[in-house]
Design a protein around this ligand. Structure first.
Ligand SMILES: Cc1ncc(COP(=O)(O)O)c(C=O)c1O
Length: 315
C-alpha cells in the first residue's frame, strides 16, 4: 500500500517539508532495524472540522517503552512527545483521516550492531489513510507457517522496526495463499496475533484474547476492545488460545490502529461461526467507530481533538 504523505514532517528537532526529512543510506536503523515506532490514527470528527487523535498518550507511552528496550535516550516524556505530535497535526491541518507515524531511530553511520553510544533521533510524518483492510466484507485468514518471534529474541511487545521483518513474512504468506491476513502462533504453539494486529475470538458469549505474555504487541486497540466489552457486560478472558479453538470459535476479529475492527469470515478455509459478522463483534465495532468519530461521550477522554484553523480551510 502506498499512501499520500502530508506536507510537513518533524525531523531531528524541527518541522520541515516532508521531502527534506531524509537520512543517509548508512544509517544504523536502516541497516539493522534499530528503531521504534508508533502508528496513531487521527479521525475526522462527526463535526467535520476536528481531528480526533485516538489514545495519543497511550501511544506515546508505549513508544517510549519500545525506545527503552532499545536503550534510547531522548529528551521526551509521554506528554512532551504527545505535544510535538499534536503540533505537527496542527501544522498540517488535515481535512480527513490521517495516520501518524512517529519513529525513534539510531541515526549513527556506524557498522557495529549495538544499542548504546550511537545517539537517538525522532522523526514524525503523517499520511492520509482510509481503511487498511476492506472492512465492507469479512476477512479470509490463514494460520501462518511462520512463528512469532519470541520475547527473548526480539520482543514483540515493543514496536521495533527490525521485528517487522517477521510481520512481512507472515503477511507475504497470507497474500501468497490468497488470504487477507494470517494468524501467527508463538514458539509455544499458542495463538499470538496477526501480522499487524491483535486477535479476539468469541466462544460461548465470552471475548477471548491471548495474554500480553503470548509474544503479542501490547495493542492499544486491544486494550480498548477489552474496555468496551467490560462496559457492555461481556465477559473477557485473556488466556492462551489453542490453534484448534480458532476452528470452533463462534466469532473472530482482528483489531489494531491500522485494521481498526475487522471481522474474520474464514480461517484456513473453515467458516468462523456462520461466516457472518457476529453480534458481539458487531457491537464492539459500532462502539469503536462511534467513539473515534466523537459520537460517544463515554469515551471522549480517548480523544485529543485538534481543530482545523479556519484560514487553512479557506486556502
Ligand atoms: C504486530 C502488531 N500487533 C498488534 C497491533 C495493534 O496495536 P495497536 O492497537 O496499538 O495499534 C499492531 C499495529 O499497530 C501490530 O503491528
Amino acid at each position: 500500500m502506498t499512501a499520500p504523505m502530508l506536507e510537513y514532517a518533524f525531523f531531528e528537532g524541527e518541522i520541515v517539508p516532508f521531502a527534506d526529512a531524509k537520512v543517509s543510506v548508512a544509517t544504523h536503523a536502516l541497516q539493522y532495524g534499530t528503531g521504534a515506532f508508533a502508528g496513531i490514527r487521527g479521525y475526522l470528527d462527526a463535526d467535520g472540522e476536528t481531528i480526533n487523535i485516538f489514545r495519543l498518550k497511550d501511544h506515546t507511552a508505549r513508544m517510549l517503552n519500545s525506545a527503552k528496550l532499545l536503550r534510547c535516550e531522548l529528551p521526551y516524556d509521554r506528554d512532551s512527545l504527545a505535544d510535538v505530535i499534536t503540533s505537527l497535526v496542527e501544522k498540517n491541518a488535515p481535512t480527513g483521516d490521517v495516520y501518524i507515524r512517529p519513529f525513534i531511530y539510531k541515526p549513527a553511520l556506524q557498522l557495529t550492531p549495538r544499542l548504546r553510544g550511537i545517539g537517538d533521533e525522532l522523526t514524525i510524518y503523517l499520511l492520509s489513510l482510509g481503511d487498511y483492510l476492506d472492512l465492507k466484507r469479512g476477512q479470509k485468514a490463514i494460520v501462518s507457517s511462520w512463528f512469532r518471534i519470541p520475547d527473548n529474541a526480539i520482543p514483540s511487545r515493543g514496536k521495533l522496526s527490525g521485528s517487522y521483518v517477521n510481520s512481512a513474512f507472515i503477511k507475504d504468506e497470507a497474500e501468497e495463499k490468497g488470504a487477507d491476513e494470517a494468524i501467527v502462533l508463538n514458539t509455544s504453539g499458542k495463538v499470538s496475533e496477526g501480522s499487524s494486529c491483535n486477535l479476539f475470538i468469541v466462544r460461548n458469549g465470552a471475548l477471548i484474547t491471548p495474554p500480553v505474555t503470548a509474544d503479542i504487541l501490547e495493542g492499544i486497540t486491544r486494550r480498548t476492545m477489552v474496555q468496551f466489552a467490560e462496559d457492555a457486560g461481556i465477559p473477557v478472558e485473556q488466556r492462551a488460545i489453542d490453534r484448534t479453538e480458532l476452528y470452533i470459535a463462534d466469532e473472530a476479529f482482528f483489531c489494531g490502529t491500522g485494521v481498526q475492527v475487522a471481522w474474520i469470515e474464514t480461517i484456513d478455509g473453515r467458516p468462523v461461526g456462520d461466516a457472518k459478522c457476529g453480534p458481539i463483534t458487531a457491537r464492539i465495532r459500532e462502539t469503536f467507530f462511534n467513539a473515534v468519530r466523537g459520537r460517544d461521550s463515554r469515551y471522549a477522554s480517548y480523544l485529543t481533538p485538534v481543530r482545523r484553523p479556519v484560514a487553512a480551510g479557506r486556502m
